[in-house]
Each structure stands twice: as structure tokens, then as C-alpha cells.
Design a protein around this ligand. Structure first.
Ligand SMILES: [Zn+2]
Ligand SMILES: [Zn+2]
Length: 278
């Protein structure tokens, strides 16, 4: 097992102990994430070529580099992972039957799976009759994640010296699902689609661009120092933030996101929403 995966597992155990009420919820997501992260193959993606002129123009105009359907995929990798994830969800009572049906359908129609991936990226509906749409879309996204991430990583060197002052991802245009505070108080947003990270200003709403500190505030829960929920009064969206200077054992924001579901519930109760897409 890689060091990264080991650190992930130990953080997971610590979080489970800390939030016993969510044990079930943790088990579900952890199983999915662990299956994905523990998958022994790495996707082979061809990083899309972006001409210098197009690149400069896109940055200048504030356009993301790729639309979701322009990401290159390793379809074989995604396909194998898809069946591995089906296997994983079959082991969870809530998703057992749904995953069995999905798996059976695609074992009979393997030629449909590349099309399903493509449709997912194009935001077109491709859900064969009788399959649970939520579980199916969840499986598609989880299977595609390594390819999307590899593609974003391939483009990262291009953005090395670029200052991107937008709240949406410079690579794919999606909003962050979470942010992290790191050394010198620098704040980083993490893309909900391709996992790219970029620096944002501390007093800034990524969803509407407000920088007015009177419109932005945050709340914390007593005894849970290190987690903050930033609220924007202008657009009524929220962003969870982990202070990695306080919580030194954070390994993966994806895991922190799941561990702080109660903060989502609190923010939503107050009338704030989570925004992922423009
Ligand atoms: Zn992105
Ligand atoms: Zn806002």
C-alpha cells in the first residue's frame, strides 16, 4: 500500500472516531474513494494541446481552458474502474440491488459504456431503462475522476505563473467544493470536477466574486477548530474551508468534505447553498 493510501486510511479512522454518528456514511464514501485510490492502474491520457494564442485569449477573457467534453479520457481505465466500483457498491446494503442491475446491464452491453461516459461529460442523459440514475451517474463520475484529474495535471504546468482571480476553475470552469488555508494564510480552492487547485483571495466569494468583507462572514462549530464555513450574503452560497495549519493531519480534502457533512447541513438550514456549476 502506498504511503499516501496509508495516511488516508489513518485519517479516515481518526475521523470515524471523531464523528461516530456518521460511521455509516463514512463507510459508504470511504469504500468508494478507497476503491478508486487503491486501483492499481493509472490512466493514460493524452493531454489536450492548447495553442498559445488560444491559451492567452482564454485567460484574458476569463474562459476555462476546456469544456468538460474536451477532457481526454482513458476509456479502458474508466471502464475497468467502473466494474470495480460496481463490485464495491454491491457490498453495501443500500446500493446492492442498484449496483447489481447496473453491472448486469453493462456486462451485457459493454459497448454502451464509452457512450455513457461521453454523454455524462456532455451533460446528456444516458440512463438505460430500469437503472437507478443517481447511483449510475455517481458511478460514471467516480470512474472518470482519475482521467479528469490526470488531464488537469497535464495542463497544470501551463498555469504555473498565471494569476487566476476567478472563483471557477481555470481548467474546466467548475466551482470549488472546498478550500484550504495553508502557510502564510494563503487560501486554495479545489475544483469539484477536475480537482485542480488554485489560489484565491481570503476575503472573496468564488461564486459571485464579491470581495466586500461586509457581505462575507464565516461560522465555526465549537470544539471543531480548523473547519470554517464561509457564507456570502450577496449570493447566499457557502464554502467549507479547512485550516491545514490547525489540522495538521489533513491528507485529502475529499475526505474532509465527507467528514464535515454536518457543516453542510448547518449552512443549508441557514438558507445557504452549495454551488458546483456555473
Ligand atoms: Zn476544474
Ligand atoms: Zn457570493
Amino acid at each position: 500500500m502506498s504511503e499516501k493510501l496509508k495516511a488516508f486510511k489513518s485519517r479516515l479512522q481518526a475521523l470515524k472516531k471523531r464523528y461516530p454518528a456518521y460511521e455509516h456514511f463514512f463507510d459508504f464514501y470511504a469504500q468508494v474513494i478507497l476503491t478508486r485510490k487503491g486501483f492499481e492502474k493509472t490512466p493514460q491520457v493524452k493531454v489536450p494541446k492548447i495553442e498559445k494564442q488560444v491559451f492567452d485569449l482564454k485567460l484574458k477573457e476569463g474562459f476555462p481552458l476546456l469544456s468538460p467534453d474536451e477532457f481526454s479520457l482513458d476509456t479502458n481505465h474508466a471502464q475497468e474502474l467502473f466494474f470495480r466500483l460496481c463490485e464495491s457498491l454491491k457490498g453495501i446494503p443500500e446500493t446492492k440491488e442498484k449496483a447489481e442491475k447496473i453491472e448486469a446491464y453493462f456486462k451485457d452491453h459493454p459497448e454502451d459504456l464509452p457512450q455513457a461516459f461521453k454523454s455524462f461529460l456532455e451533460k446528456k442523459d444516458f440512463s438505460p431503462d430500469g437503472l437507478d440514475e443517481n447511483v449510475f451517474n455517481f458511478l460514471l463520475f467516480q470512474s472518470l475522476k482519475p482521467s479528469l484529474h490526470a488531464c488537469a495535471e497535464g495542463l497544470t504546468p501551463l498555469l504555473k505563473n498565471v494569476y487566476w482571480d476567478k472563483g471557477y476553475c481555470p481548467i474546466c470552469g467548475h466551482y470549488p467544493y472546498m478550500a484550504a488555508l495553508r502557510e502564510n494564510g494563503k487560501k486554495f480552492a479545489k475544483c469539484s470536477f477536475c480537482e485542480y487547485e488554485w489560489q484565491i483571495e481570503r476575503i472573496f466569494c468564488p461564486f459571485c466574486g464579491h470581495k466586500d468583507h461586509k457581505k462575507l462572514r464565516y461560522f465555526e462549530v465549537e470544539g471543531e477548530e480548523g473547519y470554517r464555513v464561509y457564507l456570502c450574503e450577496a449570493c447566499k452560497c457557502y464554502l467549507k474551508t479547512v485550516d491545514e495549519r490547525v489540522l495538521a493531519d489533513v491528507v485529502d480534502l475529499e475526505l474532509e468534505d465527507i467528514a464535515t457533512i454536518h457543516l453542510d447541513i448547518l449552512a443549508e438550514k441557514e438558507g445557504y447553498k452549495k454551488k458546483m456549476e456555473a
